[in-house]
Design a binder for this molecule. Structure first.
Ligand code: FES
Ligand SMILES: [Fe+2]
Length: 375
């Protein structure tokens, strides 16, 4: 198993960024034990609805706040207001992580009686944590989508893909990987390019596809406009049988182990302002197709050996650029520009056509391609 050091990514074992840690629907007032980024957490929803993510171990005697089922504290409900009580001696911690009650002591509560409280937000049906080895404020907003609040779109439900024994670098490589599209997914790539810009890594490509086809087996041109928003959140707009958006989230569990989720939002096939039940059923089927396509990648990652130094051909695409872009998250922010200077811009694999120029501006990739074809 290869870790961050083996890939030569930088000073930090775990990168800076927003990471999904839970499906928002599964977070109730019963604390969830989580293990990500090499450490243990307790996640719960306070009675006010507030999400709270705390370091798991109680400062009193080290008890795990969420891995307990038998203590009466837990049986009676450990969440009070937005606070949580430790299963062992009942110390209570607020959403800010500060101890606010020691049930058997009248003495002032020491300031050091606290656990770390992490910045979390709920967006796109996910709970995201901001992780920063330097302890800084979020560098960019937690990624969202206007379609999430549009009733003409069917929201996804998360496919929980579990853990993969590979480093997340292998997944991120996919953003530059033009030449796997035909062998793995049956796509015929007619244009392909990458762009790296700040915390975004973008891939624009289009062509027919064998996995994501209409129920009648037709393979419409599939155009994807894919964006990594930092190191762990990928959102891909697709124009094919239906307009849709793929969501792929991956979060380091330990160094060399990663956990992933997949979802697909679909624009109501009926075209109505409000999606119908029939639209939802079609969307679920289409998500299953998208999952089948992603599973084709997943199977490769699950069984490959680490690629520390690839043997790249010029027409493989911008793998090295993508890896340099990715290093910004494993190093202090002060060094970020060093990496960005080497990669900012648009890259087209040797022998390939770029995406239509207009697609790099405000226009969606699909609209730009349609306009180019009409001209
Ligand atoms: S270990 Fe948590 S209250 Fe004692
Ligand atoms: Fe793929």
């Amino acid at each position: 198993m290869a870790g961050t050091k083996d890939y030569g990514l930088g000073e930090f074992t775990y990168p800076r960024g927003w990471f999904m840690v839970a499906d928002a629907a599964e977070v109730k007032d019963k604390p969830l034990p989580l293990h990500f980024l090499g450490q243990e957490f307790a996640l719960y929803r306070g009675k006010s609805g507030k999400l709270v993510l705390l370091d798991a171990y109680c400062p009193h005697m080290g008890t795990h706040l969420a891995r307990n089922t038998t203590s009466y504290v837990v049986q009676d409900g450990p969440v009070e207001g937005d606070s949580i009580r430790c299963p062992y001696h009942g110390w209570r911690f607020g959403a800010d992580g500060q101890c606010n009650e020691i049930p058997y002591s009248n003495l002032p509560i020491p300031k050091t009686a606290c656990v770390r409280s992490w910045p979390v937000v709920e967006r796109l049906g996910a709970v995201y944590v901001w992780h920063d080895p330097e302890g800084g404020e979020p560098e960019w907003d937690a990624p969202g989508l206007p379609e999430w609040d549009d009733e003409g779109w069917v929201r996804h439900s998360w496919d929980h893909l579990g853990q993969l024994k590979c480093h997340q670098q292998e997944i991120v490589d996919n953003i530059a990987d033009m030449t796997h599209l035909k062998p793995v997914h049956g796509s015929i790539v007619e244009f392909f390019e990458n762009e790296f810009r700040g915390h975004l890594a973008i891939q624009r490509q289009g062509g027919p596809h064998r996995t994501l086809v209409a129920p009648d087996g037709r393979s419409p041109i599939l155009i994807t406009d894919t964006v990594y928003h930092g190191p762990g959140v990928l959102l891909s707009r697709m124009t094919g049988t239906h307009d849709s958006i793929i969501l792929i989230m991956h979060t380091p569990v330990d160094d060399g182990v990663v956990q992933a989720w997949h979802g697909l939002m679909v624009k109501a096939p009926s075209g109505g302002r409000k999606a119908t039940e029939q639209d939802s059923a079609t969307a679920r089927m289409y998500q299953a197709g998208a999952l089948a396509a992603f599973s084709q990648d997943f199977e490769v990652w699950a069984n490959k050996r680490p690629c520390i130094n690839g043997m790249y051909m010029p027409s493989d695409g911008a793998f090295r650029k993508a890896r340099t872009w990715y290093k910004q998250f494993y190093n202090p922010r002060a060094k970020k520009d060093e990496y960005l200077r080497q990669v900012q811009g648009v890259f087209v694999p040797a022998g390939m056509k770029p995406a239509p120029e207009a697609a790099r501006g405000e226009m969606s990739l699909a609209d730009a391609v349609a306009a180019a074809q009409a001209a």
